[in-house]
Ligand binder design. Structure first.
Ligand code: FAD
Ligand code: NAI
Length: 465
């Protein structure tokens, strides 16, 4: 190995980095992973996917008890919120899962280099006081919150917070204003609405959930409004000031117009995330970022500099944990001389609200830009299991190529939409037609039958509608 310390050095131990490190070690490569956090697992395990799902799951139970959904099924309870215990189970999930990654590192002999990494040259990196040389370096430094000029986040004070602060509020705010009607705003807005907050979402665009299918965006908006969310669409926040116990914010129409003032106990800023490259000294390695601050790679995750690779939130594409993980596996396999591929056309996306909102592939608008399409839609109200479970909201929509019948996109709003989208993703990965899904036997009674019916609806054959 000449005078290299490692075959592979991964920078960042999020779902991209830790998976890349473990896979590289499995393939017999001497591997280290630099991580500056106290615990492994990155944004996802520490302050992202996992703690947010812990709060979503727990608050869903509370909501079901408080809003009469349980009483409707004959279970009468008077819920009492123990927020400290709810936070306790969130922290426990994080501790167990981040500890699990540490165990996997030990098991696979991945060395954890504790500290911030920065390039010294194209093949050497300084981590803390140590300088290490590696034949291959994988940048998996992830992303962090996009700041909003004029709105200063102070998570410790708990008034103007980002997603990390919003996971840890010590009390349920009376009013929570959320800037950004995207994934974080709707998930964390749901948590605090369920626990009793009035939630107002201020969104710059004229609809929530950009990037999702238009029908889904409209229906989601209706469902969330019914749940008590208030939306101020086409609106921007121009300034916010926290004073002691409240926040005062100035909002005005995105296209310009009269300004108004909103008062809130807590303001959540969730307007997107930006790639982490600050302090990496990319210039010393000969690397540049693009206009969006991302590190560009080729199909194999090679950057412009030989021996340096990049994956996850720091490269272009959706900022999703499963996309980062798949890239982690692929990059390790490519480094080992195997063929590591990620099909970026088929990456599912899920918003873990109630109901869940999920999609994979093209939206109807995008699909129509490519040619003629056929669309099949089936409402969850007509699905026997959803109806029995008192979960009538939502639908499944299958978009297929009009000539070949190949499925181009699937969109779901359903209580278990996140689970249902896996089947659609697998079907699309295998190049399925709508007929393939329609003629696949689906267990009864399951929510998944709605996907079969939507696929049948593509050719006008749905039975239960
Ligand atoms: P990260 O997870 O961000 O990890 C990068 C790591 O690199 C960090 O631990 C960081 O400390 C470390 N690092 C950075 N720079 C250096 C350096 N110079 N030296 C050493 N270490 C460094 N995605 C989903 O798919 N599903 C979800 O349900 C979901 N929920 C989310 C909820 C929230 C509130 C947030 C904020 C995000 C959520 N995401 C979700 C997105 C998901 O967390 C990210 O897409 C994912 O973590 C990206 O993985 P990554 O490995 O690229 O980067
Ligand atoms: P987002 O990109 O999902 O949504 C941001 C929203 O803010 C958009 O609707 C945008 O139009 C709006 N916006 C931008 N600037 C604004 C302004 N000045 N005023 C008002 N609105 C403004 O970003 P979000 O919610 O911060 O999440 C970041 C990323 O984290 C997501 O893109 C996603 O990749 C990831 N994530 C994924 C989750 C999941 O998979 N379930 C959960 C949470 C986060």
């Amino acid at each position: 190995m000449a005078d290299y310390d490692f075959d592979v050095l991964v920078i960042g131990a999020g779902p991209g980095g830790y998976v890349a490190a473990i896979r590289a070690a499995q393939l017999g490569l001497k591997t280290a992973c630099a991580e500056s956090r106290e615990t492994l697992g990155g944004t996802c395990l520490n302050v992202g996917c996992i703690p947010s799902k812990a709060m979503l799951h727990a608050s869903e139970y509370y909501d079901a008890a408080a809003n009469g959904a349980m009483a409707k099924m004959g279970v009468v309870v008077e819920p009492k919120l123990d927020l400290a215990a709810m936070h306790g189970q969130r922290k426990e999930a994080v501790t167990q899962l981040t500890g699990g990654i540490e165990f996997l590192f030990k098991k696979n002999k991945v060395e954890w280099l504790k500290g911030r990494a920065s390039f010294e040259s194209a093949d050497s990196v300084k981590v803390g006081e140590r300088i290490v040389r590696a034949k291959n370096i994988v940048i998996a430094t992830g992303s962090s919150v996009t700041p909003l000029p004029g709105v200063e986040v102070d998570n410790a004070a708990g008034r103007i917070v980002d997603s990390t602060g919003a996971l840890e509020l010590a009390a349920v705010p009376k009013t929570l204003v959320v800037i950004g009607g995207g994934v974080i705003g709707l998930e964390l807005g749901s948590v605090w609405r369920r626990l009793g907050a009035d939630v107002i979402v201020v969104e710059y665009l004229d609809q929530i959930l950009p990037g999702f299918d238009d029908d889904v965006r409209k229906e989601a908006n209706k469902i969330f409004k019914k749940q008590g969310f208030q939306f101020k669409l086409g609106t921007k926040v121009t300034a916010a000031t926290a004073s002691g116990k409240s926040v005062s914010l100035a909002v005005e129409p995105a296209k310009g117009g009269a300004s108004e003032t909103l008062e809130a106990d807590v303001l959540l800023v969730s307007i997107g995330r930006k790639p982490n490259t600050d302090g990496l000294a990319l210039d010393k390695a000969g690397l540049k970022v693009n206009a969006r601050g991302q590190i560009e790679t080729d199909h194999d995750f090679r950057t412009a500099v030989a021996g340096i690779w990049a994956i996850g939130d720091v490269v272009p594409g959706p900022m999703l944990a499963h996309k980062a993980e798949d890239e982690g596996i692929a990059v390790a396999e490519n480094i080992a001389g195997q063929t590591g591929i990620v099909n970026h056309e088929v990456i599912p996306s899920v918003v873990y609200t109630m109901p869940e909102i999920a999609g994979v592939g093209l939206t109807e608008t995008q699909a129509r830009e490519h040619g003629e399409v056929k669309v099949g839609k089936f409402p969850m109200l007509a699905n026997s299991r959803a109806k029995t479970n008192h979960e009538p909201d939502g639908f499944v929509k299958v978009i297929a190529d009009a000539k070949t019948d190949r499925v181009l996109g699937v969109w779901v709003i359903a209580s278990v939409g996140g689970t249902m989208i896996a089947e659609a993703t697998l079907a699309m990965e295998f190049g399925a037609t709508s007929e393939d899904i329609a003629y696949t036997c689906h267990a009864h009674p399951t929510h998944s039958e709605a996907l079969k019916e939507a696929a049948m609806a593509v050719t006008g054959k749905a039975i239960h509608i």
